[in-house]
Ligand binder design. Structure first.
Ligand SMILES: [Zn+2]
Length: 329
């Protein structure tokens, strides 16, 4: 393994490759010479990120109020619900509280996956809630590009496994630097089962880094349409506390992924932003993919929800609930 390659590892894809190497001993060997293969085969980039958003997100209004006391009911939620749902914030200051029944919702990705992508091995587990969206996204990606080397190398992680990753990272540098690449145990989004990391596995046995360019720029530009956000954008490092990770995607659901992308926010900013949309005040309204959603935030352990129709409620993992109600056509 050459020195320049080691340097590349250190500064780019460290978190993912570390995770990978623990369970797949050959991974780092594969990674070495594959970077050049990748560069040779990369086609021109897909259309710009913002173009897709404009094309599919019909409206984003901050002054909707279809749902009121008249057509909603107030529901009490247990304390534990505050820490569950598609929109929970998990980072180095807001820890994930592992629910007792989490194992029930985790599925082996290799057994559930559709066509158009690969999975490292049977150790990769994800929350069942992301399966349909992930399979649809990757099928569409493959149909669009014919590129079948994208591989999911990391999904759910236990707290103990995250500690092993962090300890290894600290050995390589120091604790402060290590925490910019590897989250603290409890602070990793991978604990939720809603986050995945991609790598590239080529048919010739080599692997290389997923950097979201070339064919894979389609995924980074379109993931929001399937409910996934690029969780650690390059220009949000100061807020997320994590270096740019073009390979790490987090499921938040389609309307929220659309809004986050349109407003160019990271999840920390979005969770703050939503707090202005109280039930009594104006609601955030998002129309995309032929559906319209109205969204509001409520502090505490209760929330107004529609008396009829489809809706979801997610804790923010801090201090309240986000209600996402589907508006009638
Ligand atoms: Zn990750």
């Amino acid at each position: 393994m050459s020195a320049p390659f080691l340097a590349t590892l250190k500064h780019s894809n460290r978190c993912r490759l570390r995770a990978f190497s623990l369970v797949c001993a050959g991974a780092l060997l594969f990674s070495g010479s594959a970077c050049s293969l990748r560069e040779l085969s990369a086609p021109p980039s897909s259309p710009a990120f913002s173009t897709s958003v404009e094309a599919k997100l019909e409206t984003l209004s901050e002054s909707s109020q279809t749902f009121t006391e008249e057509n909603c009911k107030l529901v009490q939620y247990p304390e534990s619900s505050l820490h569950e749902g598609d929109l929970i914030l998990v980072n180095n200051t807001v820890s994930f509280l592992f629910p007792d029944n989490q194992q029930d919702s985790l599925v082996p990705l290799l057994e559930q996956k559709g066509t158009g992508y690969k999975v490292k091995d049977n150790s990769v587990l994800v929350d069942n809630r992301i399966m349909d969206s992930l399979n649809t996204m990757m099928e569409d990606f493959y149909q669009e590009t014919g590129y079948g080397d994208v591989t999911v190398v990391s999904g759910f992680r236990t707290k103990e496994y995250q500690q092993i990753l962090l300890d290894r990272e600290i050995q390589q540098s120091d604790e402060e630097t290590a925490l910019k690449w590897v989250a603290k145990p409890g602070g990793s989004e991978h604990h939720t089962g809603l986050a995945i990391d991609f790598s590239l596995y080529h048919d010739n046995g080599f692997s290389s880094e997923y950097d979201g360019t070339g064919e894979t720029s389609w995924i980074n530009g379109n993931s929001w349409k399937y409910g996934f956000i690029l969780r650690y954008p390059e220009d949000k490092r100061e807020i997320t506390g994590i270096y740019y990770e073009p390979w790490h995607f987090r499921f938040v659901g389609i309307p929220h992924a659309a809004a986050i992308t349109k407003k160019e926010m990271c999840l920390e900013e979005y969770i703050d932003y939503l707090k202005q949309f109280t039930f009594e005040g104006s609601h955030l309204q998002i129309s995309c993919g032929g559906k319209s959603y109205e969204i509001w935030f409520e502090y505490g352990n209760q929330a107004h929800v529609p008396a009829e129709g489809n809706y979801t409620v997610s804790g923010n993992n801090i201090d309240g609930f986000i209600v996402t109600a589907e508006q009638n056509p």
